[in-house]
Design a protein around this ligand. Sequence first.
Ligand SMILES: Nc1ncnc2c1ncn2[C@@H]1O[C@H](COP(=O)(O)OP(=O)(O)O)[C@@H](O)[C@H]1O
Ligand SMILES: [Mg+2]
Length: 338
Amino acid sequence: MSTPLLEIRGLSVRFRTPDGVVCAVDQLSCVVERGQTLGVVGESGSGKSVTFLAALQLLPPGAAEIEGQILLNGENLLTRAPAQMQAVRGARIGMIFQDPMSALHPLMRVGDQIAEIVRTHAGASRAKAHARAVAALRSVGIPNPDTRARQYPHELSGGMRQRVIIAMAIVLEPELIIADEPTTALDTTVEAQILELIDELKVRRGIGVVLVSHSLATISSVADTVIVMYAGRVVEYGTASDIFSDPTHPYTQGLLSSIPTIDHGRGHLVPIPGSPPSLIDLPAGCSFAPRCVARIEMCTTERPTLTARTPTHVDACLVPPSARRITPASVPAGTGDQ
Ligand SMILES: Nc1ncnc2c1ncn2[C@@H]1O[C@H](COP(=O)(O)OP(=O)(O)O)[C@@H](O)[C@H]1O
Ligand SMILES: [Mg+2]
């Protein structure tokens, strides 16, 4: 088998804080193939952002203890000196972060912001950099890119601003895009357009995509593979059809029951009761046990490890599969062949 585009092996990230050690990510492993989207899902605080900030060496220096390997085309990025990582970020890995407003400079024309990236990384002339900026705006579906390039962020709608941010992420033609909650600030129509754009870039350019979201519904239409995180750990990992048609972990089943489906509409939504645990001094046993409807006695004392259910599908659950709550195979709204 060929080397995956991105492989994360046994990543753990801990922060020392005055209250104790925050175990934000614990032994996370996953793979992103070229031309595929890995969806990363979990409630707020489950370690999604920290995972990919650590991968890019973007956590505040000295704040975190990081273990594991981040292999980009087989090369471990964690052994790179910080200065060498700058050559990777932007050029080989494009990033789209959670907060769209802070990603754009309010007083700079959007075309200049994109051109500056090209000049910094590729050392292109002013004219060439500008031309690449305009081409990037065009490739993310911005009409009249020449005119738009001369505008300031506040002159653009939220959806257009997000397209500009995506243009910044792809202008250097990276092999991988990491998009962390790229649509959280957008309304559903614009969200669908942005997801479609990211999906199209994946197909058109054959790049790998990591799409991080707190919502399974958001990733359902575009993910090829999915990891479900809970309290800093992977609880389930499989292909999109494993996760959406045959979820085996009670947490994933709960997440799926709490989003509207085409069959059931909103009437049958069942939110997961309770909230995630503190990542300081996680309880012994399964972190999800206190909220789990399928919990058995050993769940509060023994920690589940990831176990293969099929060759593509793993989960971490101690409850015998037959005793877990079986949800009917359901397709989240906004997905499928409609
Ligand atoms: N610099 C930091 N110092 C201490 N704790 C942090 C730091 N950054 C993140 N955390 C903690 O790590 C956990 C995971 O955060 P994060 O990855 O941002 O979650 P999310 O899944 O919502 O993206 C949270 O409990 C957060 O408070
Ligand atoms: Mg986050």
